[in-house]
Design a protein around this ligand. Structure first.
Ligand code: NDP
Length: 484
């Protein structure tokens, strides 16, 4: 089999197998072939991972930040050296074209390891002077055992975005990848060990939601970080709350992208393509509601369809291919269902949306025009290559409509009016806003949602707050006074 790992799980510094677990086939989305066979984690594997992680974390917390950071930065270097192999694996896991995976996955994971590796040595508390010579200091402490649960669209990146800040702060990690894309996180674990990470600090256990559920409800776990859909997020957040665990929820979206008449049309079309069709539309922050001001609507649609006709759909391993399959047959059927629903609701299918009849889960990129706010394709997250174009007249109107959603992950604006661009950014109810750009996610910038799109932030210095906690130590310099 093309991508069979040494074993299903990585626990306590080594690959482990337990064939008693339910078998899981790994399918290459481009061909439908089974490329690996794994087993779901049994309770024994989960127990082994928790025991190993708890023991290793106590020692890891005693390392200096410089020592921890050095290992993370070494991991980043190895990942960059092996970018080709890791990108091929990411393509096998997800079906995303190598043209994308070679620049957006292991590289992004390496960025996170490098960034948090660099930050680790400067994670300090503070000294607080008080009256009468008394004082206090704060100590930034790790949380303990952090569980990461990943979605299937960016398996390497998610494994690193959660692992890097957690380890930098002195925590141990158990990561459960999506059962659809279980391969990449194993490689991350293997490389961390090669770079010198002590055994037990980064474990990968495979399985479906139930394995995630077992981890989230275990009282020995201190923190849960999920990347997934809003319904799963609500369940996992509630389960974490039952034990007062720390939680980060990176959830779904239905983000608006607003294109004003005065926008550079070529840039706006590029933004709409990037924000709807990169990774075959399987990106949480996608700007799937494209509001186009009436004056440029037809010109925008014309240029968009011209450029979409040049998409190269084909073998994801071919470097020329820039549009791959959906991650699974299941996801393809969800998307095809929405294409039907959009047509039934009266939206105009400008192009695409048809299943490509060949092995694997393929669909052509779809654009709907004349979409109205009440249609399902404008309200629900599709998580596939389906763009909805909506018309608008005024700035006030479009801000209100852009915000009229339960989600709040991202929002974008294309305009050449500087003050309007910033007014829009101020008005958007979203965790990340883009001005004349879309879907950038550099590690230096906080990433996360508002409203139902989640809580907490990944990346940047902000992530440190979500993987550590402050202890305050009060120091009395004089006598202790009591009333009696
Ligand atoms: P799901 O919500 O279906 O699953 C996410 C993960 O949670 C999977 O590993 C899943 O396991 C696991 N899981 C499911 N149920 C439970 C449970 N009760 N307890 C613990 N874990 C559970 O999301 P998808 O994998 O379908 O990914 C797509 C979603 O992820 C979209 O909504 C997308 O917007 C969002 N996403 C958000 C991002 C962000 O940063 N905001 C980035 C990327 C994606 P399994 O699937 O193996 O059963």
């Amino acid at each position: 089999m093309k991508a069979q790992p040494t074993a299903s799980h990585f626990v306590n510094g080594r690959y482990v197998e337990d064939t008693a677990g339910t078998p899981m086939d790994v399918i290459y989305p481009a061909t439908g072939e089974v490329i690996a066979q794994l087993h779901e984690a049994t309770p024994a594997i989960i127990e082994e991972a928790i025991i190993a992680a708890k023991a290793a974390q106590k020692e890891w917390a005693k390392y200096s930040g410089t020592e921890r950071g050095r290992i993370l930065r070494r991991t980043a270097d190895i990942m960059r050296e092996r970018n080709h192999d890791l990108s091929v694996l990411e393509t096998y896991d997800t079906g995303k074209p190598y043209q994308e995976t070679s620049v957006a996955d292991a590289t992004s994971g390496a960025d996170a390891l490098e960034f948090f590796g660099g930050l680790a040595a400067s994670l300090t508390g503070e000294h607080i002077q008080l009256s009468g010579g008394d004082w206090a200091y704060t100590v930034r402490e790790p949380l303990g055992l952090c569980v990461g649960i990943g979605a299937w669209n960016y398996p390497t990146q998610i494994a690193c975005w959660k692992g890097a800040p957690a380890l930098a702060c002195g925590n141990a990690v158990i990561f459960k990848p999506s059962e659809t894309t279980p391969l990449c996180a194993l490689k991350v674990a293997e490389i961390l060990i090669e770079a010198g990470l002590p055994a037990g600090l980064y474990n990968v256990v495979q399985g479906m939601g139930a394995v995630g559920g077992a981890l989230v409800t275990d009282p020995r776990v201190e923190k849960v970080s999920l990347t997934g859909s809003v319904p799963t997020g609500k369940k996992v957040y509630a389960a974490a709350a039952a034990d007062m665990k720390h939680a980060t929820m990176e959830l779904g979206g239905k983000s608006p992208m607003v294109v004003f008449d005065d926008a550079n049309i070529e840039d706006a079309v590029s933004g709409a393509i990037l924000g709807n069709f990169y990774s075959s539309g399987q990106v949480c922050s996608n700007g799937t509601r494209v509001f186009v001001q009436k004056g440029i609507k037809e010109a925008f649609l014309k240029r968009l369809t011209e450029r979409l006709s040049t998409a190269i759909i084909g073998d994801p391993m071919d470097e020329a291919t820039n549009f791959g399959p959906m991650v699974s047959e299941n996801q393809l059927n969800i998307v095809l269902g929405y294409v039907e629903k959009g047509q039934a609701e009266g939206a105009r299918l400008v192009c695409g949306g048809t299943r490509i009849e060949q092995p694997g889960s393929w669909i052509t990129p779809a654009v709907f025009a004349d979409v109205t706010d009440d249609m399902a394709i404008a309200r629900e997250e599709i998580f596939g290559p389906v763009m909805s174009v909506l018309d608008f007249d005024t700035e006030e109107e479009v801000v209100a409509r852009a915000n009229d959603t339960e989600f709040g992950l991202a929002a974008g604006v294309y305009t050449s009016d500087l003050t309007r661009a910033h007014r829009m950014a101020a008005g958007f109810e979203a965790g990340t806003c883009f001005i004349n750009s879309y879907n950038d996610a550099p590690v230096e910038v906080p990433f996360g949602g508002v409203k139902a799109s989640g809580i907490g932030r990944e990346n940047s210095k902000a992530a440190i707050e979500h993987y550590s906690q402050l202890k305050s130590v009060y120091v009395r310099m004089g006598e202790t006074e009591a009333p009696f």
